[in-house]
Ligand binder design. Structure first.
Ligand SMILES: Cc1ncc(C[n+]2csc(CCOP(=O)(O)OP(=O)(O)O)c2C)c(N)n1
Ligand SMILES: [Mg+2]
Length: 356
């Protein structure tokens, strides 16, 4: 079965374009845009890990290693499209237009971090696994029935495929030919659980067969494969062709979250080896060198601009006070349920006790 879903690349690890039909479309300006976004997302991610270590933001979910998945797919969207991210997809959100300060405020626990940017349909990240899939299918149906040209892109991990919501979302979208692209980032782990413990199938893409929708397995560290295949799937969705399941095979270099220690469940050598061989940024650099597009001064300038933008966002985030823990009770529903009201009261009592 795996043979039917080989991993598709456009750019291989050496930075060589291996699919001639895309050759003409890989221009210098497009490559420079990709590179800038990859550097911006990686630098931001590293900065966030360091801010967490210094106690300036709360728990953080790093995505280093998965930048090509997030940048390539987000750049394939039109402005009017929807994005349904998970807690790991702030690289995709910032590429689609979410301000960096918003992302920082989210990880500081402030409610401002859940407010979508004006004019962009970026849903707050789903922390409960896979709940966003049926929601995305529903949003896509709504766009279709309203007769718009907007499509939906929904992210989820390999672990999410074990949830009922995964199957419900795909089935619903398939039955109604909803204009939605299901974008799976297969980083091969659900916290400490490897994919072999998560499913018996060899691929995630093959699950598309059960819903009679197109499924494709791509190299998630190849920003061009991600970009072109997501764009094609979105285009098909807009033209009435229904949903697509994309499995982007990738790897997170670091921990599941800043509270996790991956050395307890996997060999750290593997991540080190992958950094050297399959890194999404290095292969774009190799392409640029090969084509004679690489300019050391320009790369330094990109890094300096990105650093300045991130520093500015950190300064803005730090103007906000620490989050008030009662926010978590006040912002679930417009009117709290009695259970939430009771929990809030219990929390306030505990806090008063701590103060005396
Ligand atoms: C419904 C639900 N069950 C369990 C959890 C706890 N949990 C948080 S992250 C995670 C693993 C998810 O793995 P995957 O879907 O592969 O995404 P990744 O974290 O690798 O991006 C689990 C089980 C949760 N957040 N929601
Ligand atoms: Mg995973």
């Amino acid at each position: 079965m795996e043979l039917n879903f080989p991993i598709v690349q456009v750019l291989n690890e050496d930075g060589t374009v291996v699919q001639p039909e895309y050759r003409e479309r890989i221009t210098k300006p497009l490559t420079m845009t990709m590179y800038r976004h990859l550097i911006r997302t990686r630098t931001f991610d590293r900065k966030c890990v360091s801010l967490q270590r210094q106690g300036r933001i709360g728990t953080y979910v790093p995505y280093e290693g998965q930048e090509a998945c997030q940048v390539g797919s987000a750049l394939a969207l039109n402005d009017g499209d929807w994005m349904f991210p998970t807690y790991r997809d702030h690289g995709a959100m910032m590429t689609f237009g979410r301000p960096l300060t918003t992302t920082l405020l989210y990880w500081k626990g402030r409610t401002e971090g859940c407010v979508p940017p004006e004019g962009k349909k970026i849903v707050p990240p789903s922390v409960p696994i896979a709940t966003q899939l049926p929601q995305a299918a529903g949003a896509a149906c709504a766009e279709k029935w309203k007769g718009t040209n907007n499509a939906v892109l929904v992210y989820f991990g390999d672990g999410a495929t074990s949830e009922g919501d995964f199957h419900e979302g795909l089935n619903f979208a398939s039955v109604f030919d909803a204009p939605v692209v299901f974008f799976n980032q297969n980083n091969q782990y659900a916290i400490s659980v490897p994919i072999t413990r998560q499913m018996k199938t060899k691929t995630i893409a093959q699950k598309a067969l059960a819903y009679d929708i197109p499924g494709i397995r791509i190299d998630g560290n190849d920003v061009f494969a991600v970009y072109f295949h997501t764009a094609e799937a979105l285009e098909r969705a807009r033209n009435g062709g229904g949903p697509t399941l994309i499995e982007a095979v990738t790897w997170r270099y670091g921990a599941h979250t800043t509270s996790d220690d991956p050395s307890r469940y996997r060999d750290q050598e593997e991540s080190k080896k992958r950094r050297e061989t399959t890194d999404p940024i290095k292969r774009v650099e190799r392409l640029m060198q090969r084509e004679g597009w690489w300019d050391e001064e320009w790369a330094k300038q990109v890094q300096a601009e990105v650093d300045a933008e991130i520093e500015q966002a950190v300064t803005e985030m730090e103007r906000y006070p620490k989050a008030d823990a009662t926010d978590m009770f006040d912002f679930v529903f417009a009117q709290p349920t009695w259970t939430i009201a009771e929990q809030k009261e219990a929390y306030l009592q505990w806090k008063r006790g701590m103060a005396t």
